[in-house]
Design a protein around this ligand. Sequence first.
Ligand code: TXE
Length: 491
Amino acid sequence: MSVKKMLIDGEWVLSSSQETRDIINPADGSVIATVAEGTSEDAKKAIQAAKKAFYEGGWGETSAYDRASLLRSFADELEANVDEIAKLETLNTGKALIESEYDVYDSANILRYYAGIVTQPSGQTYTLNDPAVQGITVREPIGVCGLIVAWNFPISLAIWKIAPALAAGNTIVFKPSEITPLSAVKMFELMEKAGYPKGVINLVMGPGATVGNELAESHDVDKVAFTGGIVTGRKIMQAASGNVKGITLELGGKSPNIIFADADFDTAVDYGLYGMFYNQGEVCSAGSRILVEDTIYDKYLEALVEGAMKIKIGNGLDEGVKMGPVISKDHMNKVLNYIKIGKEEGATVACGGYRIMDSGYEKGFFIAPTIFTDTKPDMRIVQEEIFGPVVVLQKFHGEEEAVKLANDTTYGLAAGIFTSDNGKALRVIKKVRAGITWVNTYGPVYPEAPWGGYKQSGIGRELGTYGLDDFTEVKQININTNVGPTQWFHE
Ligand code: TXE
């Protein structure tokens, strides 16, 4: 098996240490590829290449039209290669093939969205206290951006950062999760084919503690954008403080999906399942706490359990499969440990609660969809992000208690509400402390809509115009139309 290489300064290279890493298929534990395991040295080289490309290569001064054209070419390449990339993504992450295909098409849309808005008017003109001076603002690229992502949506998370960063005129050093780099290698090959100049795009694989930390810490990186866990997010904030670089952090959540008794029942059950078990529950915005109004609680629970037990679980490449394995053996053990904690805390397992070891599954990391009832707000399974197919149900009485429970965690990423009363929907959603909210739907991502969290779910926004703004600096320019000395010192 040939070793998959990194892209640094326009060259495909092995690690400076010659070390490699085997990449595992979570559906059966087999080795599917071997990749270069980058080092801090490799990250340093990539950062220098990106710096040179920005300051000396002229990329920072390219026209928005040229950058938009490159984004569109890259989007075309992605779509033309959808079968290969989606298959790679499913092999590496275990997710259902249909989800991987969506991720590719959604990513192409996001690239085209940024290609569109980057050529639109932006900035302000403003009047000043001095009528002779005209003020304007312009947005400029920040410089070298370090982009670090997790393993749950390797394609999408990459594009959410790469598209606005390059649209704005920055140069990038991208680090995928060390366990899911395969789609990134293919995407960088396609970006090269699309025509990105040497040094503008760099791919360094390898561990977070070395490669990731170098990107967060380096004084030659001007901004770091990160999606991952909260513990790592805190480390990145600290490392980034050395040169006071800008940061965007998306750190997950424990999001409430609030079901009122007057909701369309079947829709609310369907989105309870979809909001939680899509991508095995390894979704930052998963509706991992379903809050159900007391008058329909028993009926809702029964329907949810029935739906969860019907989910077709298996190898993501197999026809009709809708849920695959979790990402790794370590992560499976972490999720199983949370299930154990939930039982010890006194919650009841209404369904699931175990690793699937049936014939054909025993080498993979499959966990049965799990629903906990009899929960209390202070339980760890209610407060902490489990990031697997495990949902907790909470019972509430009326709007006030729904809002209180919804806000009762340190996270604030997403929230959903199901009701047939629009007034109630808006009243409740405005009181919920979360950055992404849905009414009578749960989960969709729109290229135009800003994505990010309140509280400890993160800092900054991705997607939409906000996502582009977060990869720019704002400059004020004040033009004096009445040229002459101030005579401040010499009247
Ligand atoms: O993520 P990490 P892990 C949550 C989820 C999960 C937990 C841990 O609850 O169980 O985080 O997952 C890089 N400096 N989310 O350990 O460590 C790392 O190499 C710089 C929620 O897999 O945060 C990888 O590329 N970078 C989340 C990336 O950070 C570092 C998605 C994410 O890994 C680093 C995934 C360091 N010191 C997990 N240490 C979401 N928001 O959706 C690691 N990395």
